[in-house]
Design a protein around this ligand. Structure first.
Ligand SMILES: *Cc1c(COP(=O)(O)O)cnc(C)c1O
Length: 220
């Protein structure tokens, strides 16, 4: 199967309210261009420098999503162009994104990453940390970021019930967000969950954005 075929097959299986992020990390620009030429405009990368160099080389109507763990000292390399940062898991990182976005006179959309998996290897906030962040005075003062939703990763397991339980938990937290009134920098509408192995379950559990890599581009 070609990249274009894989992409079209996945796209046709997604409900219209679900956005596809094509996760292109480690793949060469020629592979990304194949997806681009098949119509894909949203790409996800997990290393800032790799994303920045692909951004330089590729057409400028692409929306670049940073889906990996973000180190504060590298935010400056993506601040001018990144379209959505999925992995924000601290107020400190959010403050750095706000600061760098301001230098470019723009607003950067961010998702807060929640820790929903049983594995303790995955990054993310718990529910109390989420509440603390959103209630903090520092967050309320930030003018160059906008929280547009949540992101989470389920445990890497064959146990479908476990995955379903974790996604459902994240969806419950997400639904709770809408009880807080939206503001300029708080407009939750995106729930980013689901990868190649579990995106169908994620969609059943309420995902609005799936991040799919290997099912499009092949294994890494
Ligand atoms: C790599 C990655 C994906 C895509 O994984 P696949 O299993 O290849 O679809 C999705 N989300 C994150 C955060 C990733 O790092």
């Amino acid at each position: 199967m070609s990249i274009a075929n894989n992409l079209n097959q996945i796209k046709s299986s997604l409900p219209p309210h679900v956005t596809l992020v094509a996760v292109s990390k480690t793949k060469p620009v020629s592979d990304l261009m194949e997806a681009y030429n098949a119509g894909q405009r949203i790409f996800g990368e997990n290393k800032i420098q790799e994303m920045a160099s692909k951004y330089e080389e590729m057409p400028k109507d692409i929306q670049w999503h940073m889906i990996g763990h973000v180190q504060s000292n590298k935010v400056k390399y993506m601040a001018s162009f990144v379209s959505l940062v999925h992995g924000v898991d601290s107020l400190k990182l959010l403050a750095e994104i706000d600061k760098q976005a301001k230098k470019h006179n723009r607003i950067i959309d961010c998702l807060l990453q929640m820790h929903i998996a049983e594995e303790d290897t995955k990054f993310g906030l718990d529910k109390d940390e989420l509440t603390d962040l959103l209630d903090s005075e520092e967050f309320k003062q930030m003018k160059n970021i906008r929280i547009t939703g949540l992101m989470g990763m389920a445990t890497f397991t064959e146990d479908e019930n476990q995955v379903r339980k974790e996604f459902t938990h994240l969806k419950t937290i997400f639904d709770g967000l809408s009880r807080k009134p939206s503001t300029d920098n708080y407009q939750p509408k995106i729930l980013s969950m689901g990868m190649s192995g579990d995106y169908q379950i994620a969609i059943e559990c309420g995902s609005t954005m799936v991040r799919i890599g290997s099912s499009i581009f092949g294994s890494r």
